[in-house]
Design a protein around this ligand. Sequence first.
Ligand code: ATP
Ligand code: MG
Length: 424
Amino acid sequence: MAKQIQAIRGMNDLLPTQSPVWQKVESIIRSSVSAFGYSEIRTPIVESTDLFKRSIGEVTDIVEKEMYTFEDRNGDSLTLRPEGTASTVRAGNEHGLLYNQEQRLWYMGPMFRHERPQKGRYRQFHQFGVEIYGIGTADIDAEVLMLSARLWQQLGIEEHVSLELNTLGDPAERAAYREALIAFLEQHKEKLDEDSKRRMYSNPLRVLDSKDQNVQALLADAPALNDYLGEESKTHFSTLCELLDAVGIQYTINSRLVRGLDYYNRTVFEWVTSSLGSQGTVLAGGRYDGLVGQLGGKDTPAVGFAMGLERIVLLLETLELNNDIAPEVDIYVTAMGDNCVVEAIKVAQELRQQLPTLKVMSHCGGGNFKKQMKRADKSGAQFALIIGENEIANNQVAIKPLRNNNEQQLVTRSELVAKLAELI
Ligand code: ATP
Ligand code: MG
């Protein structure tokens, strides 16, 4: 036998048994963004490599080691998008959506990062994200967090996620802090792990969220960013906290939270769960007022987040909240004998037209009564419709309940639609 070709490591098929929970998550996302009046944007999966280098930053995990970069046939360097913000800004600038305007945008789709595959971490994964442009005040930071809180509530997981919040200040404040932090790290160089040593000059803030225990212990005495914040940054952050208090969204302030991407300023946040092991961040984001200008547009305030869909689906599965999903099929139409196939197909067609939300599967491929009933049962349908020669002769259809012991009943063809509308 020929050797089978396998999927690429870290890139998953989404099988029919899994799609209902994905569809549930996606439909809750769609209804939530619509409740806040956000508009969808779809951008290509491939972009110029420079876009991600210039936005995400050269000294970040993503650009240093995770991008799928290749030369196309023209010799141009292209990259499969590792995240959605850079593309959204690129598209916004290119189509004049951001210039002196407010935009509340959302997107959803696959992202690609060459990471070590493990639970909750894949090489193709999916993100839903929002990006808001043209509004610099803290109320919009609060709004995106309210939207995420609504998602948790609709998904039934609000008890299982918590919000961590921090502020990174503005670029000048961060630059001053950066100097102080580098000076501190230089004094303790011998205690740093290799990653931190490497980042000490290129991206010292990332040392703050080092996973190394010794480094974490050392950081207890490091200078605090909070001491370098100016009045405006402080007020922005305290206003955000007040707004979250006002709408009852709980949070913890985590002064070590810095996020892996370069473009953030002021507000940064993560929603985390303790139910997924080490891949516990389910949604992350913050303010990035400098990025639109950095990518060639007019300076425009911006805030956004990205949520990983795989981790949400895993969380729903772990909490066993993936079982209440409506079956794919309501009615399974059977034909008792070859002479009844035409009539059965006509009944199925009529039902789909008259009751557009009804899910009707018709039996194809023949088989005896027992076989057809087995398939009807397997389909998950509530009722089987039985169409045999007697039924056709009397202009009737038999409705057989599949999920309880209620009696089968005969109805006339003209009563069928009304009867099913009542039953389902
Ligand atoms: P992590 O610290 O887990 O690597 P990150 O800081 O790289 O996350 P972001 O770039 O902010 O994550 O992406 C936002 C969200 O997208 C994450 O919180 C996570 O839910 C999801 N995500 C990121 N990378 C992956 C991946 N490789 N596989 C699955 N989900 C991912
Ligand atoms: Mg990462």
